[in-house]
Design a protein around this ligand. Structure first.
Ligand code: KG4
Ligand code: ZN
Length: 358
């Protein structure tokens, strides 16, 4: 049984075919990095336009690579939110059109639930299934959420960011230092070259729900650190480097980043990981969770993967299914299909859709 997934919530246009909730037959992702990179972040109007350009060929390619005809899809799964309204609309409208024209059932999927199902699917496929209740940390450019997930895929929100998402903090710090967008992968490459204890940052103190996250204080501390030094020349040199195509190699970035700045990056990355993991460890203990899922773009982070050990098994998605993709959207639709939870053609795009309330 095959489900076609379509995802367009942010800056990647993606389509995928997944079989039996276990096997990714195809996963096509058209990234808009070259469009947004020069603006230092995602420009919503440009994103919608790029989705419009890409959606038809991306879906066609996903079907072709999977050797699947559209008529063979048991359902079409599409991201209904959260995300950029204009971007969501492109995928959603196209999915509805295909559903209507071919009489194929439509299933609306929450993007955050998709990130969680990327892991549920891959771990099951690898013969090492996620055990429930599971903690799920979803960390990306748009979200930093900690959930408790039960066997029937009910979600309880344990904590979320009160300001910036973890990936957003990476992207803002990278932009400030001239590394361009997105900054996570570059900081991740450079951080191991610095000393993580040379620049120390204080951890956020949360009033109220202590499982909530905050990264704006850390971002401001980095800004103060930069302002108190004369870094203008090195930052400008890196800005020029960030505009070069093909993209600079890790060696080029390393050569353009003096020791002191490498130490700063190491301290920053160390602090982000500490903020994330100490909440995971504490809530794992408090809830008696039997496993931990870490997903979303920041789950690509090598430091996070290295340090994420817990008393219970920790599951990460493969790198390709950590960042935005449509296989995760199709995967999340299988339990809904089994329960007969279909959407009708009035399904709206919901920019602020949440997965669970506390
Ligand atoms: O899940 P994703 O593709 O899109 C959203 O739903 O936001 O995540 C993209 C985010 C960006 O902020 C990017 O900087 C971050 O994930 N990211 C990383 C790494 N790779 C991507 N952050 C830290 N370390 C990485 N290796
Ligand atoms: Zn995402």
């Amino acid at each position: 049984m095959r489900i076609l997934g379509i995802e367009s919530s942010c800056d990647e246009t993606a389509a995928a075919v997944v079989e039996d909730g276990l096997t990714v037959l195809s996963s096509v992702v058209a990234s808009q990095l070259d469009t947004h990179g020069k603006y230092g972040g995602v420009v919503p109007e440009l994103a919608s336009r790029e989705h419009l350009r890409a959606i038809v060929p991306v879906v066609r390619e996903a079907l072709e690579r999977a050797g699947t005809k559209l008529e063979e899809a048991a359902a079409i799964a599409v991201t209904e939110g959260p995300g950029l309204a204009g971007s969501l609309l492109v995928g959603l409208t196209y999915a509805k059109a295909l559903s209507y024209a071919r009489g194929i059932p439509l299933i609306g999927v929450n993007h955050i639930e998709g990130h969680i199902h990327a892991v549920v699917m891959e771990s099951a496929r690898a013969g090492n299934p996620v055990e429930f209740p599971a903690l799920a940390l979803v960390v990306s450019g748009g979200h930093t959420h900690l959930f408790l997930v039960d066997e029937g895929f009910g979600y309880r929100l344990l904590g979320k960011t009160r300001d910036d998402a973890a990936g957003e903090a990476y992207d803002k710090v990278a932009k400030l230092l001239g590394f361009g967008y997105p900054g996570g992968p570059i900081i991740d490459q450079l951080a191991p070259h610095g000393r993580p204890d040379a620049v120390r940052f204080t951890l956020a103190k949360m009033k109220g729900n202590t499982l909530d996250f905050s990264f704006s204080g850390l971002k401001t501390a980095v800004l103060r650190w930069v302002e108190s030094r004369d870094l203008a020349a090195q930052i400008e040199a890196r800005r020029r480097l960030s505009r070069e195509r093909p993209r600079p190699s890790p060696e080029q970035w390393l050569a353009a980043t003096p020791r002191e700045t490498l130490d700063l990056l190491a301290g920053f990355q160390h602090t982000v990981i500490e903020e994330l993991l100490r909440r995971v460890w504490r809530s794992a203990e408090e809830t008696g969770a039997r496993s931990v899922i870490i997903s979303g773009g920041v789950a690509c982070n090598s430091g996070l993967r290295e340090r994420a050990r817990a008393a219970v098994p920790v599951h990460f998605p493969s790198l390709g299914l950590s960042t935005d993709n449509a296989a995760m959207i199709a995967a999340a639709a299988f339990p809904k299909y089994a329960r007969g939870e279909f959407s009708d053609l009035s399904l709206p795009a919901r920019a602020n859709l949440s997965l669970a309330t506390p």
